[in-house]
Design a protein around this ligand. Structure first.
Ligand SMILES: [Zn+2]
Length: 93
């Protein structure tokens, strides 16, 4: 009888802990969603908003909209690879 009461109490505590962990996990996930990972539709929407913003700001249509610079290696500035695959990095390792 007594152990049943203890088990019930322990069960209650575990449920509370579990709820807290679930909340924590949900928070972390939503943070990632807003901070980094976007769905395709969200990405398209954001890029469209950015495009509209640029068009509004640019006074004359002759002004070329600056596109993103091509990926270069930050180690040796080569266009053929990135710093992640840079041969100089691999040599130093
Ligand atoms: Zn390199």
């Amino acid at each position: 009888m007594n152990s049943a009461v203890l088990l019930a109490e322990e069960n209650k505590q575990l449920r509370i802990k579990n709820q807290r962990q679930k909340k924590k996990r949900a928070k972390r996930r939503s943070y990632i969603a807003t901070g980094g990972v976007l769905t395709v539709q969200e990405g398209l929407d954001l890029s469209q908003i950015a495009d509209e913003g640029l068009q509004g700001r640019v006074a004359s249509p002759e002004v070329t909209v600056k596109t993103r610079a091509p990926r270069t290696c930050s180690m040796c500035k080569s266009l053929s690879h990135t710093a992640r695959t840079c041969p100089t990095k691999q040599v130093s390792n």
